[in-house]
Design a protein around this ligand. Structure first.
Ligand code: MRU
Length: 364
């Protein structure tokens, strides 16, 4: 990857950068739709470009879109500065832009959470604060969310590696440095265990229709020197039946108060298969992915994506003209199928409303 930050142990690749000082800073995103063929960085000149990048999955993964949503609010303040907005016009502009950013994708709650943190911080400024003052405050909040996510990923990695059983691992979608501000969630558990000396093969579901497992997870692990084998999603059942897999571990886009977990389409099916084969199923996510306003997973909105993603995967037609497509981007895994949820605050197991409340306390 063309950029990285240093952590205590090693260099961690990054996929989101804020470059430049003060109001001349700009948001840069590694365009994940081009991976693994090309590493192209995209500069987001306005909020429309940030929203487009989130919607078209140039940046994706729940924590990563939260971070970009927060930087998007800084971009909104820069727009206000350019247009000379102040007073009520400035407040209106930031409110409209916050709404557009928070709803760019519906399922991952981190996006709404991060934008709300930004708007709450603006509430602490005087009513007549200038666009420059708003910009400064928002940049501090966005940088704080970004830095915090790096630390959360490291803590999730440590807690998860403590409980990861020995043996090969099966994962779904992408949950690494491309999906977060740090080493990842489920992938941080895997790489932390690897760095501690545990040895295994990582099996990565290709993750249809957008191939986040094949294109992104395999790419990250190859760079990290961790052995990875890609399989078609439909091969997971057979692989589990061989007895080779010691654990499945995935990330999350939104977790309800009882532990029901929304994640990439196919996750629920994988959890059912894991249960049928007696293989433990783990979820790894930061506290910002919990939505304690939802009693269970039935209230989690599931994003439906364009038919073309299914009918012409990677742009290659795979179905006849005239066929329709069903393309939900996420599904909800019931808490009863999850052995443990690994958070930065510790491990939730068994997964129950009481344990979620006990480990998370009040999530702000
Ligand atoms: O549609 P995507 O690629 O944004 O979906 C991402 C996932 O489902 C990830 O598993 C989830 O966001 C966790 S990322 C640490």
């Amino acid at each position: 990857m063309s950029d990285s930050i240093s952590s205590s142990a090693r260099s961690v690749p990054v996929a989101i950068r804020w470059q430049g000082e003060g109001t001349s800073g700009r948001l840069h995103i590694l365009d994940q739709t081009q991976l693994p063929a090309r590493q192209a960085w995209l500069q987001c000149g306005d909020v429309d470009a940030v929203v487009e990048a989130i919607r078209s999955l140039r940046v994706r993964g729940a924590p990563a879109i939260g971070i970009v949503g927060a930087y998007g609010m800084v971009v909104a303040a820069a727009e206000a500065l350019q247009r000379g907005l102040g007073g009520a016009a400035l407040a209106d502009h930031l409110r409209v832009r916050a709404g557009q950013l928070a709803t760019a994708r519906p399922t991952a709650v981190n996006l709404r959470w991060a934008v709300e943190r930004c708007t709450a911080a603006l509430g602490g400024l005087p009513a007549d604060a200038s666009a420059a003052a708003c910009h400064g405050r928002l940049l501090a909040v966005a940088r704080g969310i970004h830095d915090e996510d790096r630390r959360l990923c490291a803590a999730i990695g440590r807690h998860g590696a403590d409980i990861l059983p020995p043996g090969d691992i099966l994962t779904h979608c992408n949950t690494g440095c491309l999906a977060t501000g740090g080493e990842g969630t489920a992938l941080a558990v895997i790489t932390t265990a690897w760095d501690r000396g545990q040895r295994f093969m990582v099996f990565a579901d290709e993750t249809r229709p957008l191939f986040q497992g094949a294109r992104l997870t395999a790419w990250e692990l190859v760079q990290r020197g961790v052995p990875v084998t890609v399989l078609v999603d439909a091969a997971a059942c057979h692989l589990l039946s061989t007895g080779r897999i010691a654990a499945c571990i995935v990330g999350a886009d939104r977790i309800a108060a009882n532990g029901d977990t929304a994640n990439k389409i196919g996750t629920h099916g994988l959890a059912v298969l894991a249960a049928a084969h007696g293989v433990p199923f783990f979820v790894a996510a930061p506290s910002s992915t919990f939505d304690l306003t939802l009693a269970d997973g039935s209230g989690i909105p599931i994003e439906e994506r364009p038919a073309a993603e299914v009918l012409a995967p990677l742009g290659v037609p795979a179905a006849p003209a005239g066929a329709a497509a069903y393309n939900p981007a996420f599904d909800v895994t019931p808490a009863r199928l999850i052995r443990a949820i690994v958070t930065e605050r510790g491990v939730i197991s068994p997964v129950s409303r009481e344990r979620v409340a006990a480990v998370l306390g009040a999530v702000g």
